[in-house]
Design a protein around this ligand. Sequence first.
Ligand SMILES: Nc1ncnc2c1ncn2[C@@H]1O[C@H](COP(=O)(O)OP(=O)(O)O)[C@@H](O)[C@H]1O
Ligand SMILES: O=P(O)(O)O[C@H]1O[C@H](CO)[C@@H](O[C@H]2O[C@H](CO)[C@@H](O)[C@H](O)[C@H]2O)[C@H](O)[C@H]1O
Length: 472
Amino acid sequence: MSVTHVRRLAWLNAATSAGVLEAPTAQDEPGSPAEQRVESPRVRIELATLEYDDGTTELYQLPLAYYRSPQERLEHALVGQWTDEDFGEAFVYDALHDRNATIWWLRAFEVEHHDTDLWFHRLEGHELDLDTRSTLFSGEQSNSSVAFGDDSLMKVFRKVTPGRNPDIEIHDALTRSHSEHIAALYGWLEAPAHGSDEPLQLAMLQQFLRTASDGWDLALASVRDLFAEADLHADEVGGDFAAEAHRLGVATAEVHDALAAEFPTATWGPAELSDLAEAMKRRLDEAAAVVPDLAERRDALRSAFDAVTSVTEPVVVQRIHADFHLGQTLRTVRGWKIVDFEGEPAKPLSERVRPDSAWRDVAGMLRSFDYAAHAVEADVEEGAQIAYRAAEWAERNRTAFLEGYVEASGRTPDDGLTADQRVLLRAYEVDKAVYEAVYEARNRPTWITIPLSAIARLTEPPADPSAQEASN
Ligand SMILES: Nc1ncnc2c1ncn2[C@@H]1O[C@H](COP(=O)(O)OP(=O)(O)O)[C@@H](O)[C@H]1O
Ligand SMILES: O=P(O)(O)O[C@H]1O[C@H](CO)[C@@H](O[C@H]2O[C@H](CO)[C@@H](O)[C@H](O)[C@H]2O)[C@H](O)[C@H]1O
């Protein structure tokens, strides 16, 4: 892999609406040397093209802060020292680590303007707090997020592709339709792409949900509470999560309804369902090459996928979240919010925005409850009792989520899911577990038992009632 080209966009300090921007005051940490306090950086977004051995390329965004002198406080973010043809001799830092640089994005977002090749778009209805300090999020994420005080959050997309970024597109539509379950979009930044009529969408600015708690962390805390109580059931402990899981199901259905109202929908018949089964089987074959354990269950897995061809009712498809799990949910005082509508970042853009059944998202969340229970189980002493209680927690919350979803969507009879829906949901769950097996093999090998155990359960042959009777 090598960097084959670097494209330099306009200096961000120049990309301002005339008369709006004044040079911000440098905001160094107290106690830093006086000579460092006076220098303000020049800030520029650069786009690096990476070429892989097979000839494919990817474009990555690098926001950089240029200084004349070294900045001790930014040592951890030093990118290098070089001579830039416009700036001259420079010490160059990752700009998102530098609040004297990030302030330029915030100021530029104050009003909509297109003065250079940086186009700042704004939605009406929120006056930005410009008198803030920025904080770069430190958690593990694919992109980079910077909070501005208590007011706004900027997500800078690291890997960029010409075309509408689904995270911006969906936040834009759901903000305009006043959805309660997202953080409102305040604006976004884009630049023209070379060789495409579609823009490169580089960043989005949205409402910062300052006091929100991550759904994954809340779920883990609930499982820990259960395990701390030696012999109680999931519904008997203070940290029971089922009411939250139910509310999350309702919120998910409401977001699906809003997406169906804002974006085109279609219906799948036998031909599209057959394509779906084939796509799942292809993904399985690719996955089995990475995780050999999957090959042992190939027949059972394939039959879960083939079952979707027996679905008799037409399947409505629409825009969905497409990478839905507890880590994409935030519990606020005003209920559940859903974040990160980018889809699976590894997939090409055209696949990520393709309409799909909402059951794919539901399946993603069901898998996530299974993950939460078993991730905590892995941290405690092994035993049949703890395994039973983990399974009980997962089942209770999966059921509560599904009930909330079904009740709010009003699409299903009172007695639960239809046979068609059950088949689809199972196929999507199995497909997700296959994807997870590869994800864990590559990223967290000690967690691979979580999706593999789920696959074993999901592909177990149904209990034979006659054998049961014979043994009684
Ligand atoms: N509007 C928001 N307010 C507060 N935290 C948020 C907001 N949006 C996302 N987050 C949190 O920021 C982190 C990264 O967000 P995410 O959109 O998932 O980024 P990525 O696309 O890089 O995975 C997550 O921990 C998420 O919970
Ligand atoms: O980085 P993303 O959030 O887009 O998603 C990837 O990473 C997720 C892990 O953070 C991974 O999710 C899997 O692990 C979760 C627990 O860490 C669990 O809640 C999910 O159910 C499970 O799929 C996700 O699959 C991957 O795309």
